[in-house]
Design a protein around this ligand. Structure first.
Ligand SMILES: Nc1ncnc2c1ncn2[C@@H]1O[C@H](COP(=O)(O)OP(=O)(O)OP(=O)(O)O)[C@@H](O)[C@H]1O
Ligand SMILES: [Mg+2]
Length: 359
């Protein structure tokens, strides 16, 4: 039997979507949802112990659905002792997602590879959150290390100095100021109004305007992803929803615009803070290099809206979007993984072995 080969992978473990980029060229993503059949009938119907990603969402009436991350970190990982059984369930859910990604990357043959991974987490995940993530990957990876999500975006695009990355995800917006060295805590901020927040605002606005309409947050999220804009436009955004069972066309133009706009002030404040606390000699250059990533960066008109805020509060701002918002984090994490010297991985592996021996 051939000796296992080393495979480097970058993983962006997101609250909405989890993404893997591997050095064999495979790139894949899966919605971060796992469903367990609700009862014996559901199990017979689905023929599986669990479903992952779109499969889980599609069959959600037959399944209990779980998302492992909340506000960007593993649920319950701040208070494991108080929530032991819920936490164990979430660890299992996260492991299913990681296994799924690794199976995709290794084309179903994980046993043929020694997996080394860099995993992205929100900028301000604490040590407990990070350790929880590393622990749960132990059985499926040879070595893993955690990197901050916006840092991995910057690394992957070689934007290592005088750039401010703003990664707009589902649970968090993560900001990271790059100034030519590995970023410290002072260079990073996490804001909790992101894609999920937009969905909730959108839901509430609809509820107020059309109290008799029936819809789920999933339906609204899909509509948002197809139409999200905060630009002024004459185009009407219409969604057909059941009202007392009858399909009815509802105009949601203003509600969607308002919901998408609701995350802008907090992001603008965070950008202002990271610029105004930067070395004054380099502030002007930083203002010209604001780079948006993550699914939320696809909102049409967001770059221009943030530029307006920056012009008002900072005198100037230039905001652009990365070309590949979904994969930018995982690609950067992969590049970082490959660039780490061999000694680093050997030491990491040894410290893991020693820790396991002590347990
Ligand atoms: N075209 C689009 N317009 C607006 N929002 C979008 C669009 N496409 C995706 N999104 C939103 O982007 C968010 C997901 O982005 P991303 O995949 O970067 O998040 P994540 O990495 O899973 O989350 P986090 O980084 O918070 O853990 C979701 O809220 C999704 O609805
Ligand atoms: Mg993310």
């Amino acid at each position: 039997m051939a000796a296992p080969k080393i495979m480097n992978v970058g993983i962006d473990f997101g609250s909405s979507i989890s993404v893997i980029s591997a050095d064999n060229g495979v790139r894949a993503c899966v919605p971060s949802f796992v469903g367990f059949p609700k009862d014996m009938i559901a199990r017979k119907l689905l023929g599986k112990e669990y479903l992952v990603g779109d499969d889980a969402i599609k069959n959600r009436l037959s399944c209990n659905i779980f998302r492992p991350l909340e506000r960007g970190v593993l649920k319950y990982s701040d208070h494991i002792e108080e929530n032991e059984s819920d936490y164990r369930q979430i660890v299992w859910v996260a492991q299913i997602i990681f296994n799924h990604l690794i199976n995709l990357a290794t084309q179903g043959r994980p046993q043929d590879f020694i997996i080394r991974a860099c995993i992205g987490t929100p900028s301000l995940a604490n040590d407990k959150n990070k350790q929880a993530l590393l622990d749960l990957t132990e059985s499926m990876m040879d070595c893993a290390q955690i990197v901050s999500e916006p840092f991995s975006v910057a690394y992957g695009m070689s934007l290592l100095s005088n750039t401010l990355i703003v990664d707009i995800g589902g649970g968090t917006v993560d900001l990271c100021r790059m100034q030519g060295v590995y970023p410290t805590q002072e260079d990073q901020l996490t804001v909790y109004k992101a894609g999920d927040y937009i969905d909730n605002v959108f839901f509430d606005l609809l509820d107020a305007k059309y109290p008799d309409a029936n819809y789920t947050i999933n339906m609204l999220r899909t509509f948002k992803e197809e139409n999200a804009t905060i630009s002024d436009t004459d185009e009407k955004l219409v969604l057909t929803l059941p009202v007392c069972g009858r399909p009815t066309e509802l105009d949601l133009t203003e509600e969607l615009r308002q919901a998408c706009s609701s995350i802008v002030p907090d992001i603008a404040d965070a950008i202002k803070y990271l610029i105004s606390t930067h070395d004054p000699e380099f502030q002007e250059e930083l203002k010209g290099n604001i780079v948006l990533a993550g699914g939320g960066s696809k909102i049409i008109g967001l770059c221009e809206e943030l530029e307006k805020y920056m012009t008002q509060s900072l005198g100037y701002g230039s905001v652009r979007r990365v070309p590949d918002p979904v994969y930018a984090g995982a690609n950067g994490a992969l590049m970082y993984c490959k660039d780490m010297p061999e000694d680093f991985w050997i030491e990491l592996k040894e410290s893991r072995v020693q820790k396991t021996a002590k347990k």
